[in-house]
Each structure stands twice: as structure tokens, then as C-alpha cells.
Write a protein that binds this ligand. Structure first.
Ligand code: ADP
Ligand code: MG
Length: 416
């Protein structure tokens, strides 16, 4: 079959790499795609939210499955539009995508379906939010903008002044526009975070190996938040915790989308805090995580194309997923100035010298005359598999020594 991948980042490159290995796949295309993944998936240049053109392309090239990578097209209704034109889609409906596009929607969904989460209250009015903050005695306090904010809409407030500032930034200055028209004030949870992803077809789910990302820029989780400086998979977890994640989060999620009649065929990503009182859901994302997916794909042994098609067709029941032994570590190579003001243009050298068992997925590169250049904040993800997390990390860091560009920065402690 022919598959169209919508998106252009490291996540989509990783998906293309895994899908390409499937005997079911004839040709892969990407919209818009990137030079970095062009060898695997032909870039079409079609914008990810140009639904008319995407649908036209699918018909012209006999695309049997469209895989939507990012949240933005999903929350604009990409899946509804394409499936309305007869294309099978891996990715939830616009209604389902509300679970990521609105934190209020997600929190109320969790509350309604008994999915453990932090205590919260929604505010539509900045005056009332201020009153609540003035009464509050316990810090930190978490304040979230309701809508999409490119990962910048959550503030962990250490004191009253910071909390009041968040209210003013989100609701009055509208630094994230309409996304701050409502806010959620919620309890601060303590624990370790994990990213849980599961394939889901509306009737059944299949849990994927658990991963963990590293959001802070600098070693020891210091410095500003980023889109992700690296990740590893799987996270070693007790059977009891895995069982709780399945029972209290994924099974209730499935029951919830059925009761609420949310059409959902794709992947659900639950960001969890493993607290003393068990796993609690911080948020839902309605697509694969990045960079987690970059280290997740090499850990999946089963044929992903078959599983994704089964999701899109509602035929996931009875399917299983096999995983590879060992672990995979992904280290993000970022540009100078990232995350604030990444510098573009540097020539990336040595990519052809990395050992063959190491993978490099492109997040932000451009190509000219057979050379790659820095073209984004997160530039490359470097992946290696090892017998365990520490040997995978060693291999990834050894491979990074062969890659170089002016201003290259990365964390030295991914998976440590
Ligand atoms: N209730 C909470 N308690 C503690 N930390 C939180 C809480 N909610 C969010 N966080 C932290 O903030 C990060 C971002 O929050 P999240 O809800 O995942 O939003 P987004 O990914 O959309 O920015 C989380 O990964 C977590 O580290
Ligand atoms: Mg998050």
C-alpha cells in the first residue's frame, strides 16, 4: 500500500523509518515532508493543513492510509476531512483532538471517567482566578492556559506573585491569544514523569513501551523548558505500576471515548506523573510524542503499517505488539540559542560517518547540494539501541562525536 505521512519533524522521520521497513508498504510520501527523510518518504511540499490538496493527492496517488503526525492539523479536522473523502486515516477526529486542544475538555473528561488526575478548577474570569490565588496557601501551584500554546502554556508557580503574573499573562495580556481565554488552576503533583502511548481504534487499545523525555535544556534538569532534549525507552517499571496505568488510565480512557462518542482511531499519549498514590494523568496528547517516538520506533518489532491500518479500519481487536529486547536512547542535537532564538544556517558535518547501527532523525534541517544545514531549534535526534539504557546511551554519545555543526548543543545525561 501507499502511505502519506502528514508532518515534517523528527517524529515523522521516525515513523517513516519504521513504516518503510514494512513488507506491506509500496511507497511512502510526506506532506510537506523534509529533505532529511526524503530517502524514505518522498516530500510532496503540500502544507499539513491544506486539506483540499491533501485529499486530492491521496486520490491521485492511491494512498491507502494517511498518518497524521502533529496535533495542529488534527485539531483543525484533518481526519474528518480526509475520511470524508474516502481516505483511511490514522489520527483522531476533530472532536477527539479536543483532548489535546483544550485542557479544560481533557480535565473534565478525566473527571467524568474516573481517570486519576490533579485536583483542578477552571476559570473564565481573571478576577475570580485572582481571588482563588489570594486564598491559596500551598505552593507550588500549577496554572495552565486552556488552549494550544506550543508547550509554553503551563507555569509551575512558586509563590503568589508568580501565580498572579500567570493569570495576567494568559488571561489579560493574552500572550497565547485565545488559548488563554480560560485557565486551569491545579494541584502540584510530585513524582517521576512518564510518557505512555497506546494505539487505539475506538474499541481496543494496544499499549506501547513506556518512554521518558527530558524537557529541560541543561544537564540535571536545569535551564529553560524545551520541546525535548532527548528520551529513552523503555522506562523500567514495576508490573504493579504498569497494571495501574492500563486499568486506571487506558481502560478508562477507552470507556470514556465510547460513552462520550468521541471518534478516535490513532494513538493516545498520556503524560503521567507516577505519584505515591499511583499514576495521575497530567495531560493527553492526541498524537505521537516527539522526541519519545524517535526512541520508541526502534523498540517496536511488529509491523507498524499493519497495526496503523488496523487502527484506521477499526480492526485492532486480536492484534498484539512485539517489542525488541534492550533499550533505545535518543539525544537531541540543538542549535545555538535554542530554545529562545535558534541560529540557522550552520553546515552539518559528519552525518555520513555515524556507525550504521546508529540512526539520525531530522527535526530541523535543510539540504542544498547534497549537504545538510541547521534549519530549526531542534536539529537532529541521534538514536542508538543497546542491551540496556546505559549501553544505548554510550553508543549514542559515541556517534555524536562524529557529528558537528557550529553552535551544536546537547545534554550529556540522557538516560543517566
Ligand atoms: N499538576 C502538575 N504537577 C506537577 N507538574 C506538572 C503538573 N502539570 C504539569 N506539570 C509539569 O508541566 C509540564 C507541562 O505540562 P503539560 O500538562 O504536559 O502541558 P503541555 O505539554 O501542553 O505544556 C509537565 O510535563 C510537568 O512537568
Ligand atoms: Mg506535556
Amino acid at each position: 500500500m501507499n502511505i502519506l505521512i502528514i508532518g515534517s519533524g523528527g517524529r515523522e522521520h521516525a515513523l517513516a523509518w519504521k513504516l518503510k521497513a514494512s513488507p506491506l508498504v509500496d511507497k511512502l510520501y510526506a506532506a510537506p515532508g523534509s529533505a532529511g527523510m526524503a530517502e524514505l518518504a518522498e516530500p510532496t511540499g503540500i502544507a499539513q493543513d491544506d486539506f483540499e490538496k491533501l485529499a486530492g493527492f491521496c486520490l491521485e496517488k492511491q494512498i491507502e492510509l494517511a498518518v497524521v503526525g502533529p496535533e495542529a492539523p488534527l485539531s483543525k479536522g484533518a481526519a474528518d476531512f480526509l475520511s470524508g473523502r474516502g481516505v483511511k486515516v490514522f489520527g483522531p477526529s476533530q472532536k477527539g483532538a479536543m483532548l489535546e486542544a483544550s485542557k479544560q475538555f481533557a480535565k473534565e473528561f478525566m473527571h467524568r471517567h474516573y481517570i486519576p488526575t490533579a485536583d483542578f478548577q477552571v476559570f473564565y474570569d481573571s478576577g475570580c482566578a485572582r481571588e482563588k490565588i489570594k486564598e491559596n496557601k500551598k505552593y507550588p501551584l500549577v496554572i495552565k492556559a486552556d488552549g494550544l500554546a506550543s508547550g509554553k502554556g503551563v507555569r509551575i508557580c512558586e509563590n503568589e506573585a508568580q501565580a498572579l503574573e500567570a493569570v495576567s499573562d494568559f488571561m489579560e495580556k493574552r500572550v497565547f491569544g485565545y488559548s488563554g481565554s480560560k485557565i486551569i488552576i491545579e494541584e502540584f503533583l510530585v513524582g517521576k514523569e512518564v510518557s505512555v502511548m497506546a494505539l487505539i481504534d475506538g474499541e481496543t487499545f494496544l499499549m506501547l513501551p513506556v518512554s521518558r523525555d527530558h524537557k529541560r535544556l541543561l544537564d540535571n534538569n536545569e535551564g529553560p523548558n524545551t520541546g525535548g532534549m532527548g528520551a529513552f525507552c523503555p522506562v523500567p517499571l514495576d508490573a504493579q505500576i504498569l497494571e495501574a496505568i492500563k486499568k486506571e488510565v487506558l481502560e478508562r480512557f477507552l470507556a470514556g471515548i465510547k460513552k462520550d462518542r468521541l471518534p478516535y482511531r490513532g494513538v493516545i499519549y498520556a503524560g503521567l506523573m507516577l505519584t505515591e498514590k499511583g499514576p495521575k494523568t497530567l495531560e493527553f496528547n492526541v498524537r505521537f510524542g516527539d522526541p519519545e517516538t524517535q526512541c520508541l520506533m526502534p523498540m517496536i518489532k511488529s509491523d507498524l503499517a499493519g497495526l496503523m491500518l488496523a487502527c484506521a479500519e477499526g480492526k485492532l481487536a486480536g492484534k498484539t505488539i512485539e517489542t525488541e529486547a534492550g533499550a533505545c536512547v535518543c539525544v537531541t542535537l540543538a542549535a545555538r540559542g535554542y530554545p529562545g532564538n535558534p541560529e540557522k544556517g550552520a553546515w552539518i558535518q559528519g552525518l555520513d560517518k555515524t556507525p550504521s547501527e546508529v540512526l539520525a532523525f531530522h527535526s530541523g534541517t535543510s539540504a542544498e547540494g547534497g549537504r545538510f544545514f541547521v534549519n530549526g531549534g531542534r536539529v537532529l535526534g541521534v538514536m542508538a539501541i543497546g542491551a540496556d539504557i546505559s549501553s544505548a546511551a554510550k553508543k549514542a554519545y559515541a556517534a555524536i562525536k562524529t557529528i558537528n555543526f557550529d553552535g551544536m548543543q546537547y545534554r550529556r545525561d540522557i538516560g543517566a
